[in-house]
Structure formats: structure tokens, C-alpha cells
Design a protein around this ligand. Structure first.
Ligand code: GDG
Length: 482
């Protein structure tokens, strides 16, 4: 029986070792939900890193990890601390991440890190090749594994390979600066289907393939050696029902009220017309956090009548703190929040509530359901699922989403207030518009957004990708038999 193998940098598991006791718990992120049906399928397997380096495991513990991981239909790729430093914190997050998000000034081109990237992609290939057979299907995820499709295809031409990129693919003018551009593109072209969140990323990729590799591109099909590689866009959805149902449960008077919710309620009750503006992101320079804080300051100065009437609740989730730019961003954010709170606070009001931590899912729902406005303003973002989650939790169809044009999600969310995240004027007028928007208009916009997100949820996304992958496979049969 043929099987499907999912490959991502991290396995959808949390593994911890406490007092020599090994605990393995599945993590319930969006990707794991989308992959559920594929993975749960009789012969599904997920390949990736466990989050524990080889150095942390002696032979016995490694055996135990492998066994427990196998129980949940996963297979571990062993990575050393040096791999993590060079491949993950290094090439993936200091080269590919900034370059693909148009942060050329942060992009490092280091030969040694490129070597590590190739070495680790090879490690992933070896684990996959160890279990794969002709007729199997592989679905590879994201920018850490761009070389993996070709590494598998070279050895096993009879397997079907799909690749999905979760971040933007930059324009040709940016991509051409990359020293190993041919290798990276040919690495991706090992796949039979390459998926992006938006049509723009797709067309940027096709343009680089045409101009750098000089290959024939016919609409969205690339002729590469004797194969056809299909390229398409699949905007990733969320687990809509999970968020919507959690919000309904939150509204249920019998549900226990969290400490966070009590604090929020106190704030709202102090003065009936206080409004909450929410922002949630990983603390990443692509998310536009300092600019958002400055724009909020600009708004308070431009519209002083909103002082003491609005509060920005900002959740910044710690991320990649081993990379210097992220440490600098943390410092900048702390200073900005401190300065603005120092400048504007009164005895009864702090303009910004700032949380630098990850919150449990229930608290995320507290924040989504309590906020009148979501202010999601990345300077560049592949998709942005937070924007979609906010919409899914608005069970009364009220609330306003202000969304950056630079997020992939903006392409499907025209009913949000779309802004250029570099314009303080755009911020201020969108905030004013959101704060004064009649309920009926909020309802009308929310209804359309919800309908769309409910229909195209994360399972549908995975389904569409898979169906297209299967069809691509049939297309190959036609090409081969011609
Ligand atoms: C990459 C791309 C693309 C956040 N804080 C907490 C928490 N979260 C959850 C959110 C959401 C997820 O994390 C963040 O997803 P995003 O899509 O917003 O952003 P990235 O992490 O940058 O993801 C992005 C995505 O991949 C998928 O392709 O959309 O463009 O950059 O689901 O809910 N969850 C919990 N506590 C938190 O404090 N439990």
C-alpha cells in the first residue's frame, strides 16, 4: 500500500525530558490540523526534527525517543547543536528568512552556513529515502527544506513530490542577489507541484525560473528535463470551527472566567466606552511591531480625544532569540513601549498593555473575543493566520480588522481595512474609521469574511493541494507515455 510522507523542519510534537522521564505530546498548530487527514491515513508518516539535539540524547534515550515518536507515526531526523546553529539559526533564519521578506540589509551570505544547509537537507533526505518506496507521495514544507525535493527525486524518480512555501517568494530583483540561486531553484524543481500562498509569490518564482534557469514556462507549468513541474497558489486557511467554537464556549455563562479575562473586564468596566485594540505576533522584524507602536503614538497625538478611551493590547511571542536582530528588536520594542507608556499614562490608564510571552490557547481566545479592533500590520508576511483567527472568533459579527496590504492574507480579505504599514496617516485614519464604524457595517464586513474563511479552512487547503498533486502525477504519466 502506498504511503504519504509529510516532511517539515519540526515534528508536530513537544518532547521534554524531566527527571529522566521522557514526555511526548502532540502540538496542535494549524499545520498539524491541516495535515490531520493525510497523517492519520493508514500509512501516513511525518518526518522532522524533535527539538532535542543529538548531544542531549545518549543511546538509550535516543532509542526511547525513536520508539515514542514512532507510536505517533513520526520519524525523527537527528540534528546536532552545530546543525541548529548553522542551518536553523544560521542559513534559514539569517539568510533565507530576511531575503525572502525583503530585508536585504539583514541578509548574510556565509559559505559555511550554506554548506550546513546542504548537509542538513541531505540528513532529511536520508531519513526519507530510508522509508520511501516507488509510488509513495511526499509533501515537504517550507524554506528550511528547499533542496530536499531534488535530493529525493534524484534517487527516487518514481515518487510524487509536493512542496509548499509558507513565506513569500521574493521578486526576481531580490532573489537574483542570492549567491546560490541556481542550486536553490533546481532544488525546488525536484517537486512535481510547488505551492505558494498567493499568485504574486507564484509569479515571482516563475519569473526567477525563467530568467535565471532559462527554462520553458507555459502558464504555470515548467518543463524541466523530461518532467513537468506545476506551480500554483493555495492560500492557507485556519481551523475555523476550532476558533469559532472556542469563542462560543467563551461566551457561555457557565464557562469559568480566566484571570486575564477578569483584568480585561475590569478595564472595560472602568469606563463604558473604552475600546481594546489587539495585536498578536511572534516578535519578528517582519511583523512591523515598532512601526505599529509609533503609529499608535501618532494616532494619540493626532486624535487626543481618544486618550484614556483606547488601549493597545500587544502580545509579542518570543522567537529566535539566538539571532542578534531579534535581540535588538526586543530592546527596541521594550524601549518604545516604556517611552510611550511613560509619556501618556494617567492614574487610571496605560495606553499599551505589553505581554512578551506565549499565552495558552484559552487566553488567546480571551484576547480575540474582547478586542474591538485587531491591528495586524506586518511589513511583509507570507499569509498571517492571526488575522483569520480574529475573524473566526467574532461570533456576534462585530469588530474591525485593520490589516497590512503586505500580508498574504490581504489578498483574500478585502472587507478588512487594508493599510500600507509604512504610512502613519493610513494607520491613524483606519483606526479612526474602525473606532467610529457603525455596527451594521462591522456586521456586513465580518459576515463576508467569515463565510469565506469557513468555506476555505485548513483542511480544505490541504485537500486542494493533495488533489492537485495527484492530478500532477497523472499529468507526468501522460508526458512519459507520449
Ligand atoms: C508563518 C508565516 C504564515 C501566536 N501567539 C500565540 C499563539 N500564536 C499562534 C497564532 C497563529 C500562529 O501562532 C502564528 O501564525 P502566523 O501565520 O500569524 O505567523 P508565523 O508564525 O510567522 O507563520 C506566515 C504561516 O507560517 C502559515 O503558513 O501565515 O506568513 O510567517 O496560529 O494563533 N498560539 C498560542 N499562544 C500564543 O501566545 N497558543
Amino acid at each position: 500500500m502506498n504511503k504519504t510522507i509529510i516532511v517539515s523542519n519540526r515534528l508536530p510534537l513537544q518532547i521534554s525530558i524531566e527527571q529522566d522521564q521522557l514526555n511526548v505530546t502532540p502540538s496542535v498548530g494549524g499545520l498539524a490540523t491541516g495535515m490531520k487527514s493525510v497523517h492519520a491515513d493508514g500509512n501516513g508518516l511525518w518526518v522532522g526534527w524533535t527539538g532535542i539535539t543529538d548531544e542531549e540524547l545518549d543511546a538509550d534515550l535516543k532509542k526511547e525517543v525513536d520508539a515514542k515518536v514512532k507510536d505517533v507515526k513520526c520519524k525523527a531526523v537527528g540534528l546536532t547543536q552545530d546543525d541548529i546553529d548553522q542551518f536553523y539559526l544560521g542559513f534559514s533564519n539569517r539568510t533565507l528568512w530576511p531575503l525572502f521578506h525583503y530585508f536585504l540589509e539583514y541578509t548574510e551570505f556565509e559559505d559555511s552556513q550554506w554548506e550546513a544547509y546542504k548537509r542538513v537537507n541531505q540528513k532529511f533526505a536520508e531519513v526519507v529515502l530510508d522509508t520511501i518506496e516507488d509510488g509513495d507521495t511526499v509533501w515537504i514544507h517550507d524554506y528550511q527544506l528547499l533542496l530536499l525535493p531534488q535530493l529525493i527525486k534524484d534517487v527516487k524518480p518514481e515518487v510524487t513530490i509536493g512542496f509548499f512555501l509558507h513565506i513569500p517568494f521574493p521578486s526576481y530583483e531580490i532573489f537574483r542577489t542570492f549567491p546560490w540561486r541556481e542550486e536553490l531553484l533546481t532544488g525546488m524543481l525536484g517537486a512535481d507541484l510547488i505551492g505558494f500562498h498567493t499568485y504574486d509569490y507564484e509569479r515571482h518564482f516563475l519569473s526567477s525560473v525563467k530568467r535565471i534557469l532559462r527554462l520553458d514556462v507555459n502558464f504555470n507549468e515548467i518543463t524541466y528535463h523530461d518532467r513537468i513541474v506545476k506551480v500554483d497558489s493555495f492560500p492557507m486557511g485556519i481551523d475555523y470551527n476550532k476558533f469559532h467554537d472556542a469563542a462560543l464556549e467563551h461566551d457561555n455563562p457557565n464557562t469559568e472566567i480566566s484571570e486575564l479575562q477578569k483584568r480585561i473586564d475590569t478595564h472595560l468596566n472602568e469606563d463604558g466606552d473604552k475600546k481594546l485594540i489587539l495585536s498578536i505576533d511572534r516578535l519578528d522584524y517582519t511583523k512591523g511591531i515598532p512601526n505599529r507602536i509609533r503609529a499608535f503614538e501618532y494616532f494619540l497625538n493626532k486624535h487626543p480625544e481618544y486618550k484614556e478611551k483606547v488601549r493597545l493590547v500587544m502580545l509579542a511571542v518570543p522567537s529566535r532569540s539566538g539571532v542578534p536582530q531579534y535581540q535588538l528588536l526586543k530592546k527596541e520594542t521594550d524601549e518604545l513601549v516604556g517611552r510611550i507608556n511613560g509619556e501618556f499614562s494617567t492614574v487610571s490608564w496605560t495606553p499599551i498593555w505589553y505581554f512578551y510571552r506565549s499565552l495558552p490557547f484559552e487566553n488567546l481566545i480571551d484576547l480575540y473575543t474582547s478586542s474591538d479592533i485587531a491591528l495586524i500590520t506586518p511589513v511583509r508576511d507570507g499569509m498571517n493566520l492571526v488575522a483569520k483567527e480574529y475573524v473566526a472568533t467574532r461570533t456576534k459579527q462585530d469588530g474591525v480588522l485593520i490589516l497590512s496590504e503586505m500580508a498574504g492574507a490581504a489578498k483574500e480579505m478585502n472587507e478588512a481595512l487594508l493599510i500600507n504599514p509604512n504610512s502613519f496617516e493610513d494607520f491613524a485614519s483606519a483606526l479612526k474609521k474602525a473606532l467610529t464604524m457603525p455596527l451594521e457595517e462591522q456586521n456586513n464586513r465580518m459576515k463576508i469574511l467569515q463565510k469565506r474563511l469557513k468555506r476555505y479552512d485548513v483542511e480544505k487547503w490541504a485537500d486542494e493541494f493533495f488533489k492537485t498533486l495527484e492530478a500532477t502525477n497523472k499529468l507526468q504519466d501522460v508526458v512519459v507515455s507520449k
